[in-house]
Design a protein around this ligand. Structure first.
Ligand SMILES: Cc1ncc(COP(=O)(O)O)c(C=O)c1O
Length: 421
């Protein structure tokens, strides 16, 4: 199952009967293949490459566990995500901890020699103080680099290498005998094109030379913000310049390989990227149902039993790949809207085909920032199913209950709530 068009009415019917509507379906085989395609494209050019999956994009434990099984690392930005990575069995050395506020987990990761990327001077002070208080042990940390690669805004993340504060931070780390500067990290959003990736790679390599002389850091982590694998109708909406994994690998891994060709293999830095949406968006589908239809001031409106929150971030600015399993010509055309009371809760603009109430609709590319951005707004979150490689399906997330939406609140004594769970 690699495209929304390939989904059969029989499969969708089976999913709705077994798991209800709306429901997510993840395709295990295609997710795995996509993961391997990205990894092998980079490793062919630069073997010391690893994927660190960005948990915040979709922290479904099944997906994070799958990445672990495939040999990937965990990229986390909070103790919540760090805790999940530990529960899933990741060793510290396979965890990248980024983000501007790292709570407590960084101490354990520091002890375990994981990848800890400093965002700001106060964080550096805490790490330095910790190392100084444990002079008998050795530690390592990296630094997130802030840069302008023409993205058109000033990123709020990382330290600007052209500042006094950056120089001071590096000196302070170097003056701490048992703390090693192990690597450099960056991530720039809204700059997915290949020229931005060339610019970030060049900037990071010249900074690595400045900081590590004729040698190299242990790792260079370039974050993510690549275009992932997409269905053709989505790709077309991004214009002609959506690079393939091979294109990214040729530019990024190729430039790194060339830069360090003089070093023996074990002395070359590890190259990490941190794909999130890049890996997960395409291979999660949202199955929903048309529940209403009306015409107002000439506008045709079909209501769905899901909301745009369930469909993820891409639906806000692009038309998702979709398929309506039309059973009759009761109605023709319309905007497909969600169940919330937000005017902009729109999942499909100007659908031209026919349909009936009760027909299923499937949206592709629903894996990125859907489950993690779904607020407790109006209705609880929906279940998720994995289509396994053996063709069987398995529930990996059950539907959230009303009680779970309220579980953290003080509740007045209710005699007979009369609500169904
Ligand atoms: C530090 C960091 N790494 C990785 C990612 C994931 O990037 P993408 O979803 O574009 O692959 C993000 C997304 O915001 C991020 O902030």
């Amino acid at each position: 199952m690699t495209s929304t068009a390939e989904l059969t009415g029989e499969f969708v019917k089976r999913m709705r009967e077994k798991y209800g509507s709306p429901v997510y379906v993840i395709d295990e085989a295609s997710f795995t293949e996509n993961y391997r395609n990205l990894e092998s494209a980079f490793r062919k050019v630069y073997p010391r490459y690893r994927i660190a999956y960005s948990y915040k994009t979709n922290y479904t434990p099944y997906i994070c566990g799958k990445v672990h099984e495939l040999g990937g690392m965990a990229e986390v930005v909070s103790d919540f995500e760090y805790d999940l990575a530990k529960r899933l069995g990741y060793a510290g050395r396979d965890i990248v901890y980024n983000g501007p506020w790292k709570q407590e987990g960084w101490k354990e990761l520091l002890e375990d020699k994981g990848i800890l990327n400093i965002d700001n001077p106060q964080e550096a002070e805490r790490i330095i103080a910790y190392a100084q208080n444990h002079p008998e042990k050795d530690y390592q940390a990296g630094i997130r680099v802030n840069m302008d690669i023409g993205q058109g805004f000033i990123s709020r993340f990382g330290m600007d290498p052209n500042t006094e504060a950056f120089g001071r931070l590096i000196r302070d780390i170097r003056d701490t005998n048992n703390l090693k500067l192990a690597g450099i990290h960056c991530h720039i959003s809204q700059a997915r094109g290949i020229r931005y990736w060339k610019a970030r790679t060049d900037t990071m390599l010249s900074l690595a030379d400045r900081l590590f002389g004729g040698g190299a850091p242990d790792y260079i982590d370039l974050g993510s913000g690549m275009y992932g694998d997409m269905e053709s109708e989505l790709r077309e909406q991004f214009g002609d310049d959506v690079p393939s994994y091979e294109d990214y690998a040729a530019t990024v891994a190729g430039t790194v390989a060339e830069h360090y060709r003089h070093l023996e293999d074990e002395k070359k830095p590890w190259l990490y990227t941190e794909p999130g949406a890049t890996l997960v968006s395409r291979y999660m589908w949202l199955i929903a149902t048309i529940v209403s239809y009306k015409e107002v001031q000439g506008r045709k409106i079909a209501g769905l039993d899901c909301s745009f929150y369930n469909a993820g971030e891409t639906v806000r600015y692009k038309k998702l790949p979709f398929k309506v399993f039309s059973s009759s010509t009761d109605y023709a055309g319309g905007d497909f809207v969600g169940y919330t009371c937000l005017e902009d809760d729109l999942l499909l603009n100007d659908y031209a085909g026919s349909f009936a109430i009760g027909d299923p609709v499937v949206f592709g590319n629903a894996g990125g920032y859907s489950v993690v951005f779904k607020p407790p707004f109006i209705l609880p979150d929906i279940p998720m199913v994995v289509l396994q490689q053996d063709g069987e399906t398995r529930l990996v997330k059950r539907a959230q209950t009303f009680g779970e939406m309220l579980c953290c609140y003080e509740m007045p004594e209710i005699q007979d709530a009369g609500t169904k769970e």
